[in-house]
Write a protein that binds this ligand. Structure first.
Ligand code: URA
Length: 422
């Protein structure tokens, strides 16, 4: 088989056969297909797309490139995924809620690149927390505690690891077919039979508009059903940051606060995600699932489950790190907070040390941003609108921000969840 013919075929918008996709993916994994050839094929896919059948075939081939976790002894298991957003700590909140309702959550997560820190980075900010459990320990913890979250093993979909790293540096991340097959190959390999996906839409997210989000959701549901996995997608707003904290240890602390009863948009979103997870995995109605989720959040059993989970993986939640410096950013205008740009704050938190551009960079776990005001709040000149936490000495430029839009008119509340697609 000839990779140049395969590239040319896709460049002309033709449909690739299973053998051709297999040759490109496994040839790339073995080194026979070179970086420059694969990036050319990826760009042809970005421009010409893939049919649903090609996407399902690509997912299957990526899935078979490595190990799959066998969770069949655990019965009904539920997993969740977020396409990533600024301040997204929902996994840390919904997983213990769902486990406290009697469902089993077995989750493999990744580290983050850019401004979207990964769940594993957040968990590693808890001193002592072990993210690398062997398979036996992982399965036993899911049985005993109802919840375990570990780092993706090196051999989980190695084809996606290699291809994703290439996409990241060749402008080929933003393709719905490639995103769908990348996410679903990892989720299928992780073994759960129920999956809730939070498709983030907006400035601070990979997917910028609802049309693309719908397309991605329908594709992932279709791929899931071809593997007997029940998938529900929530399309949720990521124009403004989620919650009040951005940064690893800061987000763990905020997750703890939500589980202890803090109210707000983040809590509302977590209730909806947890409800869908409980609905799928316990096979009960959405209304019954929501009631159970709200009860367990209120009576403290979700928080107790969070503590049990952190302890089972040897973390010390009372020893979260803090950065050395805390800079207050003040409002220069009087009015209502009309908008807070998630992307701008995501980039800022990365500069403070909370995110990384490549996987070898070390993080400052205490670094990040605490928002002191939300969209709709009234501010006076000189009011603190956010605090920057960092180990770096910052100059005054950092204390001026374009992330907040302040107007005289109070803005309308933004929708939190656009759609739920089953
Ligand atoms: N997350 C993934 O895992 N893969 C993508 O392609 C995009 C986001």
């Amino acid at each position: 088989m000839n990779i140049i013919e395969i590239i040319n075929k896709k460049r002309l918008g033709k449909i690739l056969t299973k053998e051709e996709i297999n040759y490109a993916v496994n040839g790339y994994l073995s080194g026979e297909v070179k970086d420059y050839q694969m990036s050319s094929l990826l760009m042809a896919i970005v421009l010409k797309g893939l049919t649903d059948h090609e996407i399902i075939t690509l997912t299957e081939i990526m899935l078979n490139s490595g190990e799959k976790l066998d969770l069949s002894n655990l019965g009904s298991v539920v997993d969740k995924h977020s396409t990533g957003g600024v301040g997204d700590k929902t996994t840390l909140i919904v997983s213990p809620i769902v486990a406290s309702c009697g469902a089993r959550v077995a989750k493999m997560s990744g580290k983050g690149l850019g401004h979207t820190g990964g769940t594993i980075d957040k968990l590693e900010s808890i001193p002592g927390f072990k993210v690398n459990l062997d398979e036996q320990t992982f399965l036993e913890q899911v049985k005993k505690v109802g919840l375990a979250i570990v780092s993706q093993t090196a051999n989980l979909v190695p084809a996606d690891k290699k291809i994703y790293a290439l996409r990241d540096v060749t402008g080929t991340v933003e393709s719905i077919p490639l995103i769908a097959s990348s996410i679903m190959s990892k989720k299928i390999a992780s073994g759960a039979n129920n999956l809730v996906i939070d498709v983030k839409v907006g400035r601070g997210a990979l997917i910028k508009n609802l049309k693309d989000a719908r397309k991605l959701a329908h594709l992932m549901i279709k791929i899931g059903s071809s593997h007997q996995i029940k998938v529900v997608c929530l399309l949720t707003n990521m124009d403004i940051p989620l919650g009040n904290n951005i940064g690893n240890a800061l987000e763990v602390r905020e997750a703890e606060e939500v589980l202890q009863g803090k109210k707000g948009n983040l809590t509302d979103l977590c209730i909806e995600i947890a409800t869908q997870m409980v609905h799928l995995s316990l096979n009960i109605s959405v209304a019954d699932a929501k009631k159970l989720v709200q009860e367990n959040l209120k009576n403290g059993s979700a928080y107790q489950k969070f503590l049990e989970f952190i302890k089972a993986q040897q973390g010390d939640i009372n020893a979260l790190p803090e950065s050395t410096y805390h800079y207050e950013v003040k409002s220069t205008k009087k009015g209502y907070i009309n908008d807070i740009n998630a992307l701008t704050l995501g980039e800022l938190s990365m500069q403070l040390g909370a995110g990384r551009m490549n996987l070898t960079e070390k993080l400052d776990y205490g670094a990040g941003i605490t928002l002191k005001k939300e969209v709709g709040d009234m501010v006076e000149v000189g009011d603190t609108i956010m605090i920057l936490h960092t180990n770096k000495v910052l100059d005054n430029d950092f204390l001026k921000t374009s992330a907040f839009v302040i107007t005289r008119v109070k803005p309308k509340p933004l929708p939190l969840i656009y759609e739920v697609i089953e």
